[in-house]
Ligand binder design. Structure first.
Ligand SMILES: NC(=O)C1=CN([C@@H]2O[C@H](COP(=O)(O)OP(=O)(O)OC[C@H]3O[C@@H](n4cnc5c(N)ncnc54)[C@H](O)[C@@H]3O)[C@@H](O)[C@H]2O)[C@@H](O)CC1
Ligand SMILES: Nc1ncnc2c1ncn2[C@@H]1O[C@H](COP(=O)(O)OP(=O)(O)O)[C@@H](O)[C@H]1O
Length: 489
């Protein structure tokens, strides 16, 4: 993003000071949507780089928007200052805005303001906070004010491994420019900001898109470009046959949820490979789904009729399941491996190297670490998922609030849908079923992964508008409706 700033300044008819003004304007617009009471007092902390410059420009704009009680704290811990900071400082000097220079953190005794804007350090942060900056930030955090951060909270790295213990600003909201910073998508960011919003500042989009960015956020338009309508004169055979190998004595629910999700995602036929004991449950709850009792299942040649095979939800890790997984892997059929099948793979690591290209693995954090070793941070975990997907030519769907879809090309797609109301058992089982449903319909493994993650989360988001918690069964029933809403007319 820093290179996009520089490219835009060099190639668009816009001076860097005007870009700063644009950024400040976008920040203030977003701030005013949340904070529309101009009688509130605001303390704006400005460093002497461009982040601080944004803060000064924002002070100006807030005054122009009727805020009377604004105080700017200029953090004067270093002699260096950016040119655009200096220009905005002069503008502040000429205005009626109160300002004070802070040469040492101890000069700050109290903070009376209702709201705080943090513009101390932005994306220019090059090492963890220490010394005066750390002391200043601790002081601000201890005031327990509502803090709005400009671009990134001071002390938060926009990318790269985050320090184990975060010592930067704890913001209520971060208003970030043009593109979200990759580290916002990792759980560690919860210590730095409760939420973030991305605002446009007109950086050169063409340039940004040409960058070979490893990470890409999935957008609704991507889904619309991938989804295909049901064809005239089509029949069940057009949409493929999926096999869901799942369930055990105490975990038949996982098999039912997965199979149901596969059905609702549009597979032409769905067969559930379950234990004998689950037949009544299946036949009573999912009459559309066919059954293949697990002990009858032996011949690998019979698998050829399935366009997608998912294995794992509620499966158990018995030795016969190990053999089943191994034979499936060797059959090179289109495979989605989840839950207990991933745990088996974690124990029988030699099988990992035998996975066919485009096999889909759907681990949550624990399953992932069982497969590929413990990781200290999410940055490390995602890097290693990326490397493994590339090396093995498979797709790894690393599940979390933001799910990372790691492709064989080395690219990582970030799924933005989903929310904490979905944090309940069974939610992963239905994701697996949805993926199988799309693979059966002959979407590529990559497209099926993208569609499934996005639609799964979107269904959960829509339900969460009205529900405190969203169950997997509720999400399943919304899948087909979500597809209908997303599909181009
Ligand atoms: N044209 C542009 O480049 C634009 C930049 N914008 C703003 O500019 C910010 C980036 O500005 P800068 O590159 O000037 O960087 P910052 O303002 O984030 O920081 C600059 C200074 O902080 C020092 N520093 C870094 N880490 C430190 C640490 N741990 N302790 C103490 N000092 C430290 C650096 O040596 C540098 O002197 C963005 O976050 C954004 O707010 C926006 O105005 C949009 C346009
Ligand atoms: N806080 C959350 N925000 C968004 N999605 C979530 C959240 N918590 C869980 N999910 C989604 O729910 C699913 C949980 O998968 P998993 O842990 O395998 O569940 P289970 O094994 O119980 O079926 C994943 O797709 C994950 O992305």
């Amino acid at each position: 993003m820093r290179s996009a700033d520089q490219f835009t300044i060099a190639n668009k008819p816009i001076a860097s000071i005007d870009l700063m003004e644009k950024a400040a304007r976008a920040f203030v617009q977003s701030f005013l949507r949340d904070e529309f009471d101009p009688t509130k007092s605001v303390a704006i902390f400005c460093g002497k780089g461009n982040n601080g410059g944004d803060g000064l420009a924002a002070a100006h704009l807030l005054l122009a928007n009727g805020y009377q009680n604004i105080k700017v704290y200029i953090i004067n811990f270093s002699n260096k200052q950016s040119d655009d900071f200096a220009i905005n400082l002069q503008r502040i000097d000429e205005s009626r805005c109160k300002k004070v220079f802070i040469n040492q953190p101890s000069e700050l005794k109290s903070l009376k303001a209702d709201l705080v804007i943090d513009a101390i350090l932005g994306s220019g942060l090059n090492k963890a906070l220490a010394g005066d900056y750390e002391e200043l930030v601790q002081f601000i955090n201890k005031q327990h004010k509502k803090v709005y951060a400009v671009d990134v909270p001071t002390g938060f790295f926009a990318e790269g491994k985050l320090p184990e213990v975060y010592n930067g600003i704890k913001a209520y909201k971060t208003i970030s420019f043009q593109r979200p910073k990759i580290n916002f998508f990792f759980p560690e960011s919860a210590a730095a900001t409760e939420k973030f919003e991305v605002v446009e500042i007109d950086l050169d989009e063409g340039f940004i898109q040409k960058q070979d960015a490893a990470f890409q956020l999935i957008e609704e338009s991507d889904i619309q470009n991938i989804l295909r309508p049901r064809k005239l004169f089509s029949h069940k055979g057009t949409y493929g046959h999926a096999l869901i190998i799942a369930g055990n004595t105490n975990t038949m629910g996982a098999a039912l949820l997965s199979s149901m999700a596969c059905l609702h995602a549009g597979a032409g036929l769905t067969t559930a490979c379950i234990p004998q004991g689950g037949l009544i449950a299946l036949n009573t709850t999912l009459p559309e789904v066919m059954a293949l009792p697990r002990d009858e299942y032996t011949r690998i040649e019979d698998l050829k009729k399935y366009q997608a095979i998912a294995i794992g939800p509620g499966l158990g890790t018995d030795p016969e399941n190990e053999k089943l997984l191994e034979s499936l892997i060797l059959s090179k059929q289109p495979l989605i491996i989840d839950a207990d099948a991933l745990n088996i793979l974690g124990e029988k690591r030699d099988l990992i190297d035998k996975l066919a290209p485009n096999t889909i693995l759907t681990p949550h954090i624990k399953e992932f670490d069982r497969l590929f070793g413990e990781h200290e941070s999410w940055w490390d975990r995602v890097q290693s998922a990326r490397e493994q997907a590339k090396k093995l030519k498979i797709i790894i769907i690393l599940k979390n609030q933001y799910t990372f879809i790691c492709l064989p090309t080395g690219k990582v797609l970030i799924n933005p849908t989903g929310n904490p109301a979905m944090a309940q058992g069974g939610m992963g089982d239905i994701l697996t079923g949805i993926i199988a449903g799309f693979v059966a319909q002959r979407y590529t493994a990559e497209d099926a992964a993208i569609l499934a993650c996005y639609i799964h989360g979107k269904a959960g988001d829509d339900l969460a508008h009205e529900h405190f918690v969203v169950t997997a069964s509720q999400v399943v029933r919304r899948i087909s409706g979500e597809i209908k809403l997303l599909i181009p007319r």
